[in-house]
Design a binder for this molecule. Structure first.
Ligand code: S3P
Length: 167
């Protein structure tokens, strides 16, 4: 049986886009922890942060990771902030880090208001990015550099990883 793949990486690196595309291409089931939480709670992530707080959201995120069934799972950018989450992902599958430069992330998320942790000054966001980059790298079984690549190139790399994994 194919191992589950968890996609990790900073906000805006394309985890959900790549996961969905892969689902289209090879028909594996796909889920996104943020969408799973939004459905369970009947609220947007921004509203959960605002009304219930980040710790409440992080607890839901850990629960989602343990329960989610599909073979391809995209995760929220903060998933690596809890070592418990990394252990859950390791037990349940393999971890693929989608690396995107900060400048490209900033370009993509310009004007974004849906991500509570993107609503801070640029210096703080860069500090968060650098701090997390180390954690994504440490957690990852595989790293895909997504800079200057098209979605199809990235899914091709992911398919090669999945293929290797099946051997
Ligand atoms: C977060 C990233 C978001 C979402 C929440 C918190 C983070 O997901 O889980 O806003 O801590 O980086 P994306 O990485 O899909 O934007």
């Amino acid at each position: 049986m194919l191992d589950r793949i968890f996609l990790i990486g900073f906000m805006g690196c394309g985890k959900s886009t790549i996961g969905k595309k892969l689902q289209e291409e090879i028909g594996l089931d796909f889920a996104d922890t943020d969408s799973y939480i939004e459905e369970e709670e009947g609220m947007s992530i921004a509203d959960i942060f605002k009304e219930k707080g980040e710790i409440y959201f992080r607890n839901l995120e850990t629960l989602a990771l343990g329960n989610i069934k599909p073979e391809i799972v995209s995760t929220g950018g903060g998933i690596i902030e809890r070592s418990e989450n990394i252990e859950i992902m390791r037990k349940r599958g393999s971890i693929v880090f989608l690396y995107t430069d900060f400048s490209e992330i900033s370009r993509r998320l310009e004007g974004d208001q849906s991500r509570p942790l993107w609503q801070q000054d640029m210096d703080s966001k860069k500090v968060l990015f650098d701090h997390r980059a180390l954690k994504y790298k440490a957690a990852a079984d595989y790293i895909i550099d997504t800079n200057n690549k098209k979605v199809l190139d990235i899914t091709a790399e992911l398919k090669a990883i999945i293929h290797k994994h099946k051997e």
